[in-house]
Design a protein. Sequence first.
Length: 382
Amino acid sequence: MSVRTTLVAAGALALTAALAGPALAAPAQTAPGGGHAATRAAAQAAVAAGVPGVTATARDRRGSWSTTAGVGDLRTGAPRSAADHYRVGSITKTFVATVLLQLEAEGRLSLDDTVDRWLPGVVTGNGNDGRRITVRQLLNHTSGIFNYTSDDGFGRTYFLADGFLRHRYDTLTPAALVAIAMKHEPAFAPGTDWAYSNTNYVLAGMVIKAVTGHSYAREITDRVIEPLHLTGTSLPGTRTTVPRPSGRAYSKLAETATGPTYDVTTLNPSMASSAGEMISTSADLTRFYQALLRGRLLPAHQLKEMKTTIPVPGNPDSAYGLGLADRTLSCGVHVWGHDGGIHGSSSLAATTADGRHALAVNYNGDWTEDPQAVLEAEFCGG
């Protein structure tokens, strides 16, 4: 479901963006025979291919179903749990975009406001100009702003073993993350191309604070987490641990899939900020995406805006909306959602356009392929 590179090569907290092109949604489907055997087999195959452990939950007309495979702790051999909390990386972006669209519906901002209107003087230097970039362009990744996680120095410090093991507990402010991006020229003029950039969503979180006077974390909690009773979902800020139950998270901390495996469970997620700090569970993520696509969180006009997509270069089946991606699977089913990665965690959540069939899956290793095969298995069968 993704445009993916390795953790360090991408320099990205979001390893991927779950992507696809605009089209009509196909009816919800499951594996042949109405079960989830193919999904279970795909999770087991991922473990056989080197993923330490997998947890996945699907929700459809028949109710909720979960499966696990592999281990949550390589040292003890303890299995993964269907109730595991895990870091969801860039899935955070859909929550951020949802809040900004709610604020638009309330008349408190326009998506066509410039970034400079809300964050004067923040996007400037080296050809960057917040007066020419809109909030919409942040959300659909057409701003051209450099992705701060692709900065070489940031990559050495926070993604490679020597740097990460020394700096994993650093606290980084949103302003500091944006300042890294401002050292670089834009990739293109605003609105002329598409390129995934975590900086866009750091700025989006800053806009939320400028509009409301509250942090993006508080607004997400008040507007989404609490109304939907997402009891396993949180924005940890600078908290370094993951709530229980949870497995461990593992990384190679390298640009290859070989070499030592490191336990990277504890880290300061301020390095991800509003681009990817969130923690959740598979049950909560399926509930969130179903509610979103069913119109429980946004008025019809704002949901339409969220689902208005931009083609992604090099991915003919893929496009990106406002913090929400759409993909045509191999069997013709269209799903909407997002995926995300952060050290030791690769996740994906998606639902059909009618919100009737959803899946969320997590791998507790970041050096293997993303959970696309599990997604395909759930919605297409064998």
